[in-house]
Ligand binder design. Structure first.
Ligand SMILES: *Cc1c(COP(=O)(O)O)cnc(C)c1O
Length: 392
């Protein structure tokens, strides 16, 4: 029998819960109606979509009419940035974001720069935190949008969103947060956070891939993302992906049921992992904040190590982890997040992200640590730089 693999890449994606699949299944077959039709089959799917809209709204303290379904977190981010930029162009052309956002935000902002928008990429401190004061200082009378993520996908840092939101609101600017990583990991309430727009994706909290939502506060001017039929209040046309929407609704309901209980387990694993690595393997450092971080996330730099080699050797031992964001692994550029917190290129290259989830146990933590001790020692044996340091 093949040994059980240990999956510790939950910030890349999560396996779908059985209950979510069960909720979705009827909408592939029996309940197939087009929700825009008037007869029974259509009314049935329309009702399912409405229920999901309420589930998403309830999970983030919004109302159902402020929830718009999208095809992914990336799409929700694109919609927020492009939709606000287009609808508010007459007010100004300045957008503020941070250097550590997901590429769904950064590459979208870069595209807008080509269209005449000006974008400020705020720096972060050594923990990956955006300071609320830096946001205040960056706002001008041309600023139409501020977009700062709720929690960072690579180093797990939780941003002071409520504080930033308060400042942005005082200035009368629209505030978006990419909360893709945060759902199910911390309490999210759009009013407490003072946000006008918020992005969500289902597959990061045990829901289906290709499901997402954008919260848009009532009264916020935003352009349609896809034009065509009248779906999503004329803002995202196309016959609804009802199974995905139903799955997103069910998954967010389950993910926000007992956040503290879920986190308690994760935090124990995360802390044991971090403590053991830092104590038992020399030349290591923790990236991100020690306490203001997601309960699931550990990001460690190992000096004198190539992160990709580390990942491959872990994979051979049945352990699935990441060296940054899933989207950047495979490329040779070091993570923009690790560079933004001040790491040297070499150090950034030797970084490992482990993100725990539902299926993990304390035993997994110890297995990973034991394997890492062996792998790191072996890789360092091959490093001339390490030899030089060791023999000093
Ligand atoms: C995963 C992720 C996204 C993209 O979501 P998809 O549904 O995979 O497109 C956006 N932002 C953050 C912070 C993420 O972690």
């Amino acid at each position: 029998m093949e040994a059980k693999r240990i999956y510790v890449d939950h910030s890349a994606t999560t396996p779908m819960k059985k209950e979510v699949l069960d909720a979705m299944l009827p909408y592939f077959t029996e309940s197939f109606g087009n929700a825009s039709t008037v007869y029974a089959e259509g009314r049935e799917t329309k009702k399912a979509i409405n229920t999901a809209r309420e589930q998403v709204a309830k999970a983030i303290g919004a109302t159902a009419d402020e929830i718009f379904f999208a095809g992914s977190g990336t799409e929700a981010d694109n919609w927020a940035i492009r939709g606000i930029a287009a609808a508010n162009r007459n007010k100004g052309n300045h957008i503020i974001t941070s250097a550590v956002e997901h590429h769904a935000i950064l590459h979208t902002c870069a595209a807008l720069e080509k269209d005449g928008f000006e974008v400020t990429y705020l720096p972060v401190d050594e923990y990956g935190m955006v300071s609320p004061e830096s946001v205040r200082d960056a706002i001008t009378d041309k600023t139409i949008l501020v977009s700062i993520m709720t929690a960072n996908n690579e180093i797990g840092t939780i941003m002071p969103i409520a504080e930033i939101g308060k400042i942005v609101k005082e200035k009368g600017v629209i505030f978006h947060t990419d909360a893709v990583q945060a759902i199910g990991m911390m309490k999210i309430d759009v009013d407490e956070l003072n946000v006008d727009l918020l992005s969500v994706t289902g597959h990061k909290f045990y829901g289906p891939k290709g499901s997402g939502a954008l919260y848009v506060r009532k009264g916020t001017k935003i352009s349609p993302f896809v034009t065509g039929g009248g779906q999503e209040k004329n803002k995202r046309a196309g016959t609804e992906n009802v199974p995905a929407i139903v799955g997103l609704g069910k998954a967010i309901e389950l993910a926000t049921e007992d956040i503290e209980g879920h986190n308690k387990k994760l935090r124990q694993m995360r802390d044991r992992f971090i403590d053991r690595i830092l104590n038992e393997i020399p030349y290591t450092r923790l990236n991100g904040h020690r306490t203001e971080r997601m309960a699931s996330n550990a990001n460690i730099s190992f000096e004198f190590i190539e992160g990709e080699s580390l990942l491959l050797m872990l994979d051979m031992k049945g352990i699935s982890a990441s060296s940054g964001s899933a989207c950047t692994s495979g490329s040779l550029d070091p993570s923009h997040v690790l560079l933004a917190i001040g790491l040297k290129h070499e150090t950034a290259h030797g970084s490992l992200r482990v993100t725990f989830g539902n299926s993990n146990t304390m035993e997994d933590v110890d297995t990973i640590v034991e394997e890492l001790k062996v792998i790191v020692a072996r890789l360092r044996e091959m490093s001339p730089l390490y030899e030089a340091v060791k023999n000093k």
